[in-house]
Design a protein around this ligand. Sequence first.
Ligand code: HEC
Length: 112
Amino acid sequence: MPARLGALAGVAAVLVASVGRAGEADPAAGRAFAMQACAGCHVVGLNQPSAPWRQPPGPSFFDVAKEPQASAGWLANYLSRTHPGGDDSYPPLTAAQASDIATYITELRRRR
Ligand code: HEC
């Protein structure tokens, strides 16, 4: 199963960049996208190329994953809107991107 997911991740990353897609969330694609779109303000995961530039940064995704309300559904819903703090550089996400990132974040909890 992991090998199959790995093979799919490359394909999914291309699809995510263009149009949405039907089917299950792809946490590997979510991680890749978040490393580009969110890492300026958040610790997204291990081996992040650079620390967040924003000071203070937003909460680390490792910490977000530990919050009791942070189910995949809650996160996908949260991510489908602009951040409540009014940060206007938060990018608009497709439903598929929000779902991919939400699933990626919930997987950080299991790896804690
Ligand atoms: C311009 C800076 C900035 C960017 C870009 C940004 N965030 Fe945030 N984010 C914040 C700040 C600051 C907070 C905490 C304050 C708030 O909620 O507005 C936050 C809060 C959050 C939370 C809520 C944590 C919680 O449990 O309350 C999540 C989830 C989140 N961000 C995910 C993301 C994702 C995913 C991306 C990329 C698609 C992203 N953020 C991009 C600054 C940013």
